[in-house]
Design a binder for this molecule. Structure first.
Ligand SMILES: Cc1cc2nc3c(=O)[nH]c(=O)nc-3n(C[C@H](O)[C@H](O)[C@H](O)COP(=O)(O)O)c2cc1C
Length: 303
């Protein structure tokens, strides 16, 4: 009997649906699947208030993690772990980081093959680099990564995702598509569990190599990687600055965040349009470099 552990943290339930679809073809009389949801000590609101949402920025950008309750009824002899996580401010969400930094995670993850499963807006590449560090610290072995992203790509989801999270409504409006991941993409995630079912029966997880290749596990746009690298660096500097103003939920933090929000608004209306045009021109001359970057960050599973 093979034992698979599935751990995830989902706030609105979107990632939960992705996880359920992903594993729908996995369990049978030879494969046991234990699903455990991480519970944060703090209950996050849904829909979010604007400043409640912004208040998560510092701890998320600095990968500090939030306190979580220990998971009950869990063993430490799994053959494979599937870790479902979402992205908060270009980092793995704070409850997931909190769990991965816990003593419990050290016991469960040690020397285990891990598949990460991301469901987010559109920007997960740098968060996955941080995830690799967290898993390395636990001596876990990342063998696959699957990422599903929202249907309104790029600039559209920059509007539709925050609107959804702060209003609780996903509907399309004006020329914007609905928020969140396409239901057909969620349903199609069952192909990964189906593949795992056959691979586990062949003991393939013991080889510590990707099991989910050639299934369209990830789809990276090389043109966005540079932007994500710059945004991650800048958010780290800003997070340290905003932290100086005070603790989470304090007036000082609100003031500090207002500076950052002002900076972002300025960025969106000035530097970003110029940057987009310049990059469009430069990218024409560096197609090979962008493809190399895509290949690098598409690993381990690839397209
Ligand atoms: C505080 C916060 C920050 C977020 N930042 C990002 C981000 O930087 N990149 C991204 O692709 N998605 C981001 N998202 C969207 C989430 O990754 C995810 O798609 C959404 O919260 C729904 O996930 P759920 O399954 O937990 O409900 C953010 C969400 C929240 C709540």
């Amino acid at each position: 009997m093979k034992k698979v552990l599935v751990i995830y943290y989902s706030q609105t339930g979107q990632l939960k649906s992705v996880v359920e679809s992903f594993i729908s073809q996995l369990p049978d009389d030879k494969i046991q699947v234990d699903i455990r949801e991480i519970q944060g000590v703090e209950q996050y609101p849904y829909p979010w208030g604007f400043y409640q949402f912004a208040d998560e920025f510092v701890e998320a950008a600095l990968v500090e993690g939030a306190p979580v309750n220990p998971i009950q009824d869990i063993e430490d002899d799994y053959d494979l772990i599937i870790l479902g996580y979402t992205i908060w401010f270009l980092s793995p969400s704070s409850p997931i980081v909190g769990f991965l930094k816990s003593e419990q995670a050290k016991k469960i993850f040690k020397n285990k093959p891990v598949i990460t499963l991301i469901a987010c807006r559109d920007m997960w590449v740098m968060a996955q680099e941080k995830m690799k560090d967290l898993l390395n610290n636990l001596n876990a072995i990342l063998i696959d990564n699957v990422a599903l992203t929202d249907q309104g790509k790029g600039v559209y989801s920059l509007i539709t995702t925050p609107k959804w999270l702060m209003s609780g409504k996903k509907d399309a409006f004006w020329f914007f598509p609905p928020a969140g991941i396409l239901q057909s993409d969620i349903d199609a995630a069952s192909r990964f569990g189906e593949r795992l079912n056959t691979q586990l029966k062949l003991d393939k997880e013991k080889e510590l190599k990707p099991l989910l290749s050639n299934l369209g596990a990830v789809n990276i746009d090389g043109k966005l990687i540079g932007l994500e690298i710059i945004a991650t660096r800048s958010s780290k500097i800003w997070a340290k600055f905003v932290k100086l103003f005070g603790k989470k939920k304090s007036l000082g933090r609100k003031i500090g965040m207002s500076f950052y929000i002002g900076f972002l608004v300025l960025l969106v209306f000035t530097i970003m349009p110029i940057n987009l045009i310049v990059r469009k021109i430069i990218n024409k001359f560096r197609k090979n470099k962008l493809r190399d970057l895509e290949r690098k960050y598409e690993r381990p599973s690839g397209r």
